[in-house]
Each structure stands twice: as C-alpha cells, then as structure tokens.
Design a protein around this ligand. Sequence first.
Ligand code: TXA
Ligand code: MG
Length: 360
Amino acid sequence: MLPEPAEIDRAVALLQAGQLVAFPTETVYGLGADAANPLAVARIFAAKGRPADHPLIVHLAGAGCLERWARDIPSLAWELAEAFWPGPLTLILKRAAAVPTAVTGGQNSIGVRVPAHPLALALLRAYAEAGGGMGGMCGLAAPSANRYGRISPTEARHVREELGDSVPLLLDGGRCLVGIESTILDLTRGDSQPPRLLRPGRVTPEQIAAVIGVLPEAPALEADDDAPRVSGSLAAHYAPATALQLVAPQRLAEVIDRLHRAGRRCALLCHSQPPAGIAATGTVRRLAADPRGYARALYRALRELDQLAAHLIVVEDVPATPAWAAVADRLRRAAVGAGRQGDPADTQHRASPAEKKGAS
Ligand code: TXA
Ligand code: MG
C-alpha cells in the first residue's frame, strides 16, 4: 500500500518548510521533521508533549549520509549498517559538529537509522533529491508518533487517535510489520569495547554478535555519566491507560477467577489457550505464540483492550528466553506505566512512585 507520488511531493514540501509529517516505518509510525531545523524539531516535542531533553532518532535514506551526522564512526558501525540497514537497528554514535542540539536533547551523541519500510525510504529519497532540508543534511528526526509515554502507533489510525490534527500530513502505509521499536545500540565507546544494548528490539544481541563477533553489553543499571540516556528506558513507558498486570501462565485461571469474584472486569492478553470463563466474555486478545508474530500485533491489541474500560488488563507472561526479550521489555514497561490506581489482584510488579515517574 503506497500513496500517490503527489502525496510524497506534498510531504517533502511540508518537511522542507519545517512542518511535521507522520509516516510509517517497518517498526512503528514516526512523527517526522527536518532534523537539521531546530524549529521543526521543536514542533515534534510540542506535538508529542515530550520533554525537550529527550533525544530523537534521525532517519536517513542510506548509510552514505552517515558522516553528515556522526564523527569518529567506528568500523563496527559500518559493519552493522552493512548487515542491518535498511532495518530496525538504531546506532548511537558521536555527533558531528553540524548537528543541532535540539535533535540530540543536548547530548554529544546522535541516534541514526535507515528504515526498511518502502514508503519511508521513498520519502527519504525524495526529500534528499529535493535538497534534504536545512544545510542539505538529508535527515528526518522521527520519534514514535504517539503522545509521550503512550503506546506507539502501528497503524495510521492510531496516529490520528494520538495526535489528531496537530500533524498536517499523515502517510498511510498500512500496518507496521515489526510492530515494536528498533533495537538501539550504543557505539560511542568505539571499536575497543563491546557496544551497549540500550533498547532490545527485533534485531537481537545474537544477530549482532554474528556480525561483529561480540555480544553487546547490558547498560549499567545506575545512571552513568557517559552512558547515553534513552527515554524508552524509563521504567514507565509504552503504557495503556488501564492498569496492566503480568501473570504467569499457570496462575492465569486462578487470578482471573479471583478478579471476577471480586467484581472486577478484566481483559486478557494471552498467547496460549485462554481460561474458559473469560474466553466467553469477548475481552480476550490471543496473539501468536512466536515472538515476532506476537510483537507485530502487541500494540494494536493493547489499544483495543485499553478501550474496553476494564479495571485491569491481565497479560499472560511470555517465556523468559532471549527470543522474547524485546516483547518482555515492552510488557514490563507497560505494566509499570499503565493505569493510575492500584488493584486488588495479586500483582507481580507494582510500580513504586519513583518508577511511575516518566509516564505521562
Ligand atoms: O523504531 C524506532 O526506533 C521508531 C521509528 C519511528 O523509527 N522511533 C522511535 O523513536 O522509537 P522514539 O523517539 O520514540 O524513541 C527513540 C529512543 C528514545 O528512547 C531516545 O531516548 C533514544 O532513542 N535515543 C535517541 N537518540 C539517542 C542518543 N543520542 N542517545 C541515547 N538514546 C537516544
Ligand atoms: Mg517512542
């Protein structure tokens, strides 16, 4: 599903003029603007309601434009770009001198990726041919096209629900195939040390190791001054408005039964056969039992369940295996950020006030 060339032309004209255009990527929909234009970038923060010190990812048409945005690019970065771009991998590199601080949230690093969605690539190429924005930098800053702290959109109508009329143009490219945000890898330490995995995604640590010969490291738990900050790494993120609780598969039936007896309406997100009682109520979304299929449908299902006005969304926990790591990460953040009140159910993870900080 690709829009008419005239729509791409309109999008390019808006971007060149410093306006916002929402567009699909293979991961989630992005809210795009000329990354070299501080006023255009400010419009992104305003539309999302996002604090201005959160850095944005810059999207490029190809690795050929990388040196406009990054300096001292380690050879690891070129190897990874060759292997995974276009695709769902964001590299954090040292930022080039010409990069405005608006897009990096004041940090010395820059996040870059080449998206794989054909519409995103067509837009980036047409944008580059038309001059590529301020200074001919050819980069589109694009965070996920949702309000700050909310669930990322994986369909055009989700973008409309989130941002309404604040975006002059929304390109509809159908459903996103990956469904969760890109893997983020910090390479600012250069070639001498392993990269750090800042956000798990479809590109797994094992796939990265197969290319560069070393597994990425987990980021330090304590705030560390030279580690880049990732807003998606705030505990509370990607959250529905309804409270959400993860429950081990073997305890599902018991927890749901107890909730029902306490008069609580609950919705269920599962990947195996749902308990008989709740299956009849129509408040169940059963996703694929493989992590890729599950990830693809996850955000859509959470949005649907969020609209049921249930007291609680119960989520059948996913296997604790590397293949499920990115999905498990998003579910845990959703559980921390979701809802505003406690719940009588037996919570595996109840957010402390400090953890809730960061959701909005
Ligand atoms: O899949 C994706 O990455 C989507 C699509 C639209 O490309 N974009 C996305 O953007 O998820 P956003 O802004 O919602 O999340 C980007 C994450 C944030 O957590 C941000 O803090 C982190 O990337 N990030 C960006 N630049 C960074 C930098 N220089 N250092 C550390 N983290 C950075
Ligand atoms: Mg986001």
